[in-house]
Design a binder for this molecule. Structure first.
Ligand code: PLP
Length: 390
């Protein structure tokens, strides 16, 4: 029987042999797995679903991986990682070897860039950055050494929406692997594997966990990609604690309702901000002022709670006056929890393939508070900004 996403989130990973009759799979703690005899130790296989050794997982991790795989139609399997950054690194290491070249979107999450420049670079794997709005023009950047193209849509901080189908088409024609950081949309708003992406990466720390209390990453593999992904993760000794995997599974149950609420609240706040004279631009994929908005409308099923604003004039001190006095917004990294956050951002500092020349900017994560309270808070903040900016 076909299942919709909301139903998959409720039922995912709850196999009777893993739950033993309770609603949620328990936290299985394990290092040693005991075998009945020597013959059994020789014949037991290191496959998902068969206990072998703690590092290879228990029903607690398998349940979360299986639930995430189900969310990406056409996917072969999912590996879990101790953070989103580890998931990015694990996915890249599973497809690249010395001498290869990687095409990386210029609006990528900054630690992803750092891994490419500092780790891959030292291993003889070159990274070239490309304009997030390049679309099928990516074909012009491909060389015989190009082994993989990395996408993140929308981009971190600046939210450019990429033409994923066009880039995937170009890559497939040339036998190039595509990887996508799908953290913003999650598979609920953008099923990346169905769109032809080979490896779909999630910082599960964000909307999967949803409560700002656990670090977790996941990579879901498309057809023919799971074996190498898994082998690489195991060679690196990657393992997620059962407690963290369990919190990921718990977060998943409510992810659809949370995302809908984040979406509605963020849209209410973003639309209000759009009408304010202190705001030059709202970088929210569901608003026409965002680069690639038409692609978002064509390809995505929704928008989440994270977006940025560019302020009209002012400087870093005026921006700090806005942010520091906010009552309902925390100031801190990460996002995807139930609570609102605001941080100052300076994308110009990070770019290399494209230029970003706009005023002081702020990234907002809109949580599950009442949007009117958030708007009132921001209204007072913009007043402080205006006083300081003069
Ligand atoms: C936060 C984030 C990551 C890294 O996830 P961690 O769990 O913090 O390591 C990767 N990609 C994007 C887009 C993120 O926002």
């Amino acid at each position: 029987m076909s299942k919709r996403d909301e139903t998959k989130l409720i039922e995912g990973g709850r196999r009777p042999e893993w739950t033993q009759g309770i609603v949620s799979p328990a936290v299985w703690r394990a290092s040693t797995v005991l075998f009945p005899n020597c013959a059994a130790i020789g014949s037991r296989r290191k496959v998902d679903g068969e206990l072998y050794y703690g590092r290879h997982g228990t029903p607690t991790q398998w349940a979360l991986a299986e639930a995430l795989t189900e969310l990406e139609p056409g996917a072969e399997g999912t590996m879990l990682y101790p953070s989103g950054a580890a998931a990015v690194a694990g996915a890249l290491m599973s497809v690249l070897k010395p001498g290869d070249e990687l095409l990386m979107v210029d609006s990528a999450y900054e630690p992803t860039r750092a891994f490419c420049d500092q780790m891959l670079g030292g291993m003889g794997i070159a990274t070239r950055y490309y304009d997030p709005l390049i679309g099928e023009g990516i074909a012009g950047l491909i060389t015989p050494a190009t082994a993989a193209i990395f996408l993140e849509s929308p981009g971190s901080l600046t939210f450019e929406v990429q033409d994923v189908p066009a880039i995937v088409r170009v890559a497939k024609e040339r036998g190039i692997v595509t990887l996508m950081d799908n953290t913003w949309a999650t598979p609920l708003f953008f099923p990346a594997i169905a769109a032809g992406v080979d490896l779909s990466i999630l910082a599960a720390t964000k909307y999967v966990v949803g409560h700002s209390d656990t670090m977790l990453g996941a990579v879901t593999a498309g057809p023919g990609r799971y074996a190498a992904l898994k082998r690489t993760a195991q060679l690196f000794g990657q393992h997620v604690s059962p407690d963290d995997a369990w919190l990921g599974s718990r977060g998943l149950r409510t992810m659809a309702v949370r995302l809908k609420a984040h979406e509605a609240n963020a849209l209410a706040v973003a639309r209000w901000l759009e009408g304010r004279p202190e705001v030059a631009r709202v970088l929210h994929p569901a608003l026409p002022s965002c680069p690639g908005h038409d692609l978002w409308k064509r390809d995505f099923k929704g928008s989440s709670g994270l977006f940025s604003i560019v302020l009209n004039g002012g400087d870093a001190a005026a921006r700090a006056a806005l942010i520091d006095g906010l009552e309902h917004f925390g100031i801190g990294f990460s996002w995807g929890g139930f609570e609102s956050l605001a941080i100052p951002i300076d994308p110009a500092r990070i770019r290399t393939a494209t230029r970003w020349e706009e005023g002081p900017a702020v990234r907002l994560h809109i949580g599950l508070e009442h949007p009117d309270d958030l708007i009132a808070d921001l209204e007072a903040g913009l007043e402080r900004f205006r006083e300081r900016a003069g």
